[in-house]
Design a protein around this ligand. Structure first.
Ligand code: HGY
Ligand code: MN
Ligand code: MN
Length: 394
């Protein structure tokens, strides 16, 4: 298989230009933004040039379809609100290059909204049947825009959903987005399993009031309730979590968000991840119990938004073995089998086909930030592993 590393890198740098922002190689290319839609149009043309049939589905997932049954390779091309040039994009461009070079029929996909502007890995969750479209359409971003309205921006491109049955399996190349490979001598990670996730919004509603005349003892300050919740949650989770468990309050909206007003409302994202489904459920109980306890103590009304989640999933043994064999050819003794702490579209696709993933190092372990980067030699080595693994499949 004659992959062309230079062409692959050119395509990666060209894709980066759609939404290029911030320092270095940062991108701002949220799902359904002008930059995202333009990037998808560009990818569709590259797919056509590669002899594939470009096809958008009703939520903006972009497929480059090989004729008949094929292997599916890909990832996503939307970014976080401040993202890196490789998160997702790497897997899509690598898939395109393998599809160009492979003797085997390979289809390519760029899923939509993997970064969860509206949900959690939204496009592949809908496509794989994990998330009903009518429920997804009601999801909103932080501005209140619904998925239904956002995907309407691509309605003129939309065809039917592609049948997952035409694909024999899914391979996703991705940056590690963590420090393990970068801190070791290993160049390649072959993923063993992907953690599970739970994600929801919580709202405390107290009493908006004057910041100068309202005595501290009389306040029903929603931010103070959030602050208490955060501290008590950490304490309550102590005996449940492991060093690999993570939980994050990444988005907070205080209302009315003014220096001289006691905030009457705090709406915040509550997300947690772990490799064990039972632990995820136990953590949900503790999140809900602790929020209710704080609301009672602080005189708050409490509301929980819809909870989204994906179960932990193990990668397919045969596909993983093909990646491991290829990794040993490309980077003998410099690869490892490892879990994924980040979530990926592969976690959804595991519902309907065998899946496997491979990682390349993230410099400094940085991702979901403009500074995200990977040595170009490692990018090409990862492409080589992906291509060899595809070639090596029965
Ligand atoms: O959050 C994640 O793990 C993924 O990068 N969206
Ligand atoms: Mn990603
Ligand atoms: Mn990401």
């Amino acid at each position: 298989m004659a992959i062309d590393g230079a062409r692959f890198l050119r395509d990666l740098h060209r894709l980066r230009e759609f939404g290029a922002a911030g320092v270095g190689k940062g991108v701002v290319r949220p799902a359904y933004s002008d930059a995202d839609i333009a990037a998808r149009a560009w990818l569709a043309e590259r797919m056509r040039e590669a002899g594939l049939t470009p096809h958008f589905d009703p939520v903006g997932n972009l497929f480059g379809l090989a004729d008949g049954p094929s292997l599916l390779l890909g990832s996503h091309s939307d970014s976080q609100p401040e993202g890196g040039w490789l998160d997702g994009a790497l897997g899509v461009v690598a898939a395109l290059e393998v599809a160009r070079a492979s003797a085997r029929p390979v289809s390519v996909v760029s899923f939509q909204d993997e970064e969860g502007r509206f949900g959690v890995t939204t496009g592949s969750a809908i496509w794989s049947g994990a998330l009903p479209l009518d429920k997804a359409d009601d999801l909103t971003d932080h501005t209140g825009l619904s998925l239904a309205e956002a995907r309407g921006r691509m309605a003129h491109l939309a065809g039917d959903f592609v049948d997952p049955g035409r694909f024999g399996g899914f391979l996703e190349m991705h940056i590690e987005q963590g420090p393990a490979l970068d801190m070791s001598d290993d160049r390649i990670g072959v993923v063993s399993d992907i953690v599970g996730i739970r994600d929801m919004n919580i709202t405390f509603t107290g009493q908006q009031n004057h910041a100068g005349t309202t005595p501290m003892a009389l306040r029903r300050d929603a931010f103070q309730a959030l602050s208490l919740f955060n501290m008590r949650l950490a304490d309550r989770l102590r005996n449940v979590v492991t060093p690999q468990t993570v939980w994050t309050i990444g988005h907070v909206a205080l209302h009315p968000n003014a220096s001289s007003i006691v905030p009457g409302r705090a709406t915040f994202s509550m997300q947690w991840r772990d490799g064990d489904a039972d632990r995820l459920s136990r953590m949900e109980e503790i999140v809900r119990e602790t929020a209710a306890e704080i609301a009672g103590e602080a005189g708050m009304e409490l509301a929980f938004g819809p909870m989204l989640g994906i179960e932990p999933v193990a990668m397919d043994g045969d596909l993983r073995a093909a990646l491991e064999s290829a990794a040993e050819q490309v980077a003998p003794g410099r690869w490892r089998r490892m879990p994924s702490g980040a979530l990926h579209d592969a976690a959804n696709l595991a519902r309907c086909m065998p899946v496997a993933m491979l990682f390349v190092p993230s410099i400094g372990g940085i991702s979901h930030a403009f500074e995200e980067d990977t040595d170009e030699g490692d990018l090409v080595a990862g492409l080589d592993v992906l291509a060899r693994a595809v070639d090596g499949l029965p």
